[in-house]
Design a protein around this ligand. Structure first.
Ligand code: A2P
Length: 278
């Protein structure tokens, strides 16, 4: 599996298993285990997904050494500021049954509960994450759902390595993507399959037939060819495998352009980071 360098010592695999909605712990464990057995070495979870325990258990049971699997979790919207961040992080580690995570993200920039003073609180939160980084408990720091303006508002000593945002052929925040790429922030794309809702698009079907790939594989390759790490979610064994089989082809520039032309504001499926109701 090819990797992208995040900082001096940390390399992130080019695709990861997304685990949002895998909230049945038995199902989550089975999927993560199947993914690792199929060759995934990157698992993306979050406090808010309620499945950290299952992710940790599957990684343990896989028999693959911990240092060969890249694990991300995220700070949920309930917690901000130094004390809460440190405590919430320790609780995550306990559920994951690990003594460090590879990547820790602030899940949303402006939670409803903290919207009044989110900038100040994000700065305090990020500083607490920097403390955890210095202790070796987090190997790379990042954010999720941060738009360009949220990144500009954040003061950091240790650079942001990753921003995880919604990305698929029907939606991309190109302004944020360009900003991140200029500032060496790696983008991870969530909902890279548009939550499965865009797979019968005529252009995606046409390209699937042209490249002898499935519509899902076209969407995932579209992310990779835009230098974005896709995090597809599936609880179907065959699809988990299918989603990894994207490293034997790439899309022509003209086809990437055609897919880009599908993206619009209306294509956004997830919540808007400034107005999310949670
Ligand atoms: P399931 O979990 O039942 O396999 P996204 O990653 O964009 O959020 O998309 C996840 C959705 O896409 C889920 O409903 C998932 O269904 C579906 N999905 C995942 N992989 C594939 C695939 N290879 N082909 C078709 N649908 C898929």
């Amino acid at each position: 599996m090819e990797t992208i360098q995040l900082n001096e010592n940390v390399f992130i695999p080019q695709i990861g298993l997304g685990t949002w909605k895998l909230d049945d712990l038995e199902v989550a464990k089975k999927c993560v285990l199947a993914a690792i057995q199929s060759g995934y070495r990157h698992i993306d979870t979050a406090m808010g997904y309620g499945n950290e325990e299952a992710v940790g258990q599957a990684i343990k049971e896989s028999g693959i050494p911990r240092d060969q699997i890249f694990v991300t979790t995220k700070l949920s919207n309930d917690f901000r500021g130094r004390e809460e961040t440190l405590q919430a992080f320790e609780d995550s580690l306990k559920r994951l049954q690990m003594d460090y995570v590879d990547l820790f993200l602030i899940h949303w920039p402006a939670p409803k509960k903290y919207r009044e003073n989110y900038v100040e609180l994000n700065n305090e939160t990020y500083a607490a994450m920097e403390e955890l980084y210095a202790l070796g408990k987090i190997r790379a720091l990042g954010v999720s759902n941060f738009m360009k303006h949220h990144l500009e508002e954040l003061s950091v000593k240790i650079p942001v390595s990753v921003n995880q945002i919604e990305f698929h052929p029907y939606y991309a925040d190109w302004q944020t993507i360009q900003y991140c790429q200029q500032h060496h922030i790696v983008i991870e794309g969530y909902s890279p399959l548009g939550r499965g809702q865009i797979l019968s698009d005529p252009l995606i079907l046409e390209l699937a037939s042209l490249y002898h790939k499935t519509p899902a594989q076209i969407c995932l390759r579209y992310a990779i060819d835009n230098h974005i790490i896709p995090l597809p979610k599936s609880q179907t064994l065959e699809r988990i495998k299918e989603n990894l089989d994207i490293f034997d082809f790439s899309l022509k520039e003209t086809d990437i352009e055609r897919l880009r032309s599908l993206s619009s504001e209306n294509g956004k499926i997830g919540s808007h980071p400034d107005f999310a109701d949670f």
